[in-house]
Design a protein around this ligand. Sequence first.
Ligand SMILES: [Zn+2]
Length: 215
Amino acid sequence: MSADGTDSDAGRQYFLPNKRGRVFLLSLEDVMGRSALHVALGHAKLRHRINNYPPANLDLGWCFEEMSALQQALEEIHGERAGQAIAVRAGRASLYYIQQDLSAVLGLDDRPFRLLPLVPRLRAGLGALADLSNKTGDEVVRLEEADDQFLFHVDRCPVCWGRAAEKPICWTEVGLLQEAMFWVSGGRNVAVEEVQCIAQGSPSCSYAVQKHPLD
Ligand SMILES: [Zn+2]
């Protein structure tokens, strides 16, 4: 496991900023409607969050267990496939709420960014997402680059926290990365796949982001 001691992660409690929890709940509400979300919150033993979303600030008040329990509840209530589809759509929807934060890091409204070729835009977008995660909470992200693809590694992942699975399960992150790449590329469909997952026993949740768009 990683040098910062994440092999002893199991006994510790880790947090994301309140805003991240709020954004996830608002995105789920957009995708499935408020009453279905309330059912999922009840199922996930997060009844205290019903009509009581975390505030839009960076205090560390949304714990990894909450993120992961809610993902699991979606699959248990709606079935694996439908639950995962909801998670992807919520991940995509969540970009809307963090676009301003990312724009500020990226200088996306600046002419120079808009003139950049595709690959530097993808690189900058992934870098901004990694920065935002690393600076605002206990999630640990690093970016690696190969000839044809970027690898977005999450070494400490809230999405599958404490879960075990045979296949990768961090669908909400797949959706977020897809939408972020669509946005920074100016509307190209960039393939994003979770190629390994901590829930499978891998050291990181890793996403392959292809440099050549599908369209
Ligand atoms: Zn994960």
